[in-house]
Design a protein around this ligand. Structure first.
Ligand code: GLU
Length: 392
């Protein structure tokens, strides 16, 4: 049977594949510490679940909803974003989608034509490049000198085909945050060259140690008009399984997303929409509590990882829940041929599952998620240290 070039040209998601593998090993009785996917180890707060149960019991969740979600949820998201960014959106500026991932996919479908180029700074989240390719466009990876791209670095990669840039802050996997000044210069440059700014703000509520998060949506009206905002409920409300993300943009863009979503998924599960409505209109203190826990884990784990021979954490993460140490030296000292071989042996021998940096465009690194219990994190750091010392 003939299969499409397009599908064969796509690399499966390493985060999902490795997470599934670690979960399977655990199910088979292996004592694996799974630090692969960024999946909060918290359950969804109970008031959110209760709203979902009530929606099921009342029968409200039994039917299709509009493709972009129920009006109440779209309006609540618009209010929430307006509160955060002092903007003036209404429900027609909002599309609710199957996770932030599908928001990004739908945006790519709406913004890109075949041959268009999208600037993607390294390190990048696994799915950006593949989604761009699925839209027939071309990912152009921009390697910054120091984790965050500058206008000069972007300008060096700009061509007449450059259509969009994806800015992810706090960044997965490095955990770094773009400052207001950095975003302003990128934003002004994008406005000048009519380049669409795709702001992936998925980790906006997970910021630590007095660092400040600034969104492209906080900047000048011209930059705002050029920005498509993507966010979601998975990380801030521990709702990965519910699959709720959203896009906020100009109404014309949302109309086009409506057409795409109407053919690709219809609405997200109605029950998830009622859960999300309770999340965004209800008590926000749960998000704060989870944030506090992540901060404590970051502050505990950061020095422990830096103490592992050959592990080098150049900059302390400021947000999200990942650590991205450079392990080039450890790989060499332990005589592994590649970071992948190192990661595989770490899983097989020490039963610690992490993601090789190649999934994020930087081979010499590994990514660990600290959305795991403190007990597991401390044990994982100990196992990794022992593993490296044994192989040295
Ligand atoms: N976004 C999370 C991660 O980077 C979840 C898995 C995924 O969707 O890639 O691990």
């Amino acid at each position: 049977m003939k299969l499409s070039q397009r599908s064969q040209n796509i690399t499966p998601s390493a985060t999902l594949a490795l997470s599934a593998k670690a979960k399977q090993m655990k199910k088979a009785g292996v004592d694996v510490i799974n630090l692969t996917a960024g999946e909060p180890n918290f359950n969804t707060p109970y008031h959110i679940k209760k709203a979902a149960i009530a929606a099921i019991e009342s029968g409200k969740s039994d039917f299709y909803t509009p493709a972009l979600g129920i009006d109440e949820l779209r309006a609540a998201i618009a209010n929430f974003v307006n509160w955060d960014h002092k903007t003036n959106f209404d429900k027609d500026n909002v599309a609710v989608t199957v996770g932030g991932k599908f928001s990004l996919y739908a945006v790519a479908q709406v913004v890109l034509d075949p041959g268009d180029e999208v600037l993607i700074p390294l390190p990048y989240w696994v799915s950006y490049g593949e989604q761009v390719k699925l839209a027939g466009a071309v990912p152009v990876f921009v390697k910054p000198q120091a984790y965050k791209v500058t206008v000069e670095e972007l300008e060096a990669c700009r061509t007449p085909k450059t259509t969009a840039i994806i800015i992810n802050s706090p960044q997965n996997p490095s955990g770094l945050i773009y400052t207001r000044e950095e975003l302003e210069s990128i934003g002004n440059w994008a406005v000048e060259h009519d380049i669409c700014l795709i702001a992936d703000d998925m980790y906006s509520k997970l910021v630590y140690n007095d660092n400040e998060f600034v969104s492209l949506m906080d900047l000048s009206p011209a930059i705002r008009r050029q920005t498509i905002l993507v966010n979601g409920f998975s990380k801030a409300y521990a709702m990965t399984g519910w699959r709720v993300g959203y896009t906020v943009a100009d109404k014309q863009i949302i109309k086009l997303i409506n057409a795409v979503v109407g053919h690709e998924t219809s609405n997200i599960a109605a029950v998830s929409q009622y859960a999300a409505l309770a999340a965004i209109t209800g008590d926000q203190s749960y998000t704060k509590k989870m944030r506090d826990a992540y901060e404590e884990r970051l502050n505990t784990l950061f020095p422990m990882l830096n103490a592992i021979p050959g592990f080098n954490l150049e900059r302390k993460p400021e947000g999200a829940f990942y650590l991205f140490p450079k392990v080039e030296e450890a790989v060499l000292m332990c005589h592994f041929a590649s970071t992948e071989a190192f990661v595989q042996a770490l899983l097989d021998e020490a039963h610690v599952a992490v993601v090789p940096g190649s999934a994020f465009g930087m081979d010499e690194y590994i990514r660990l998620s600290y959305a795991a219990s403190m007990e597991d994190l401390v044990a994982a750091a100990g196992r990794m240290k022992e593993f490296v010392e044994k192989h040295m």
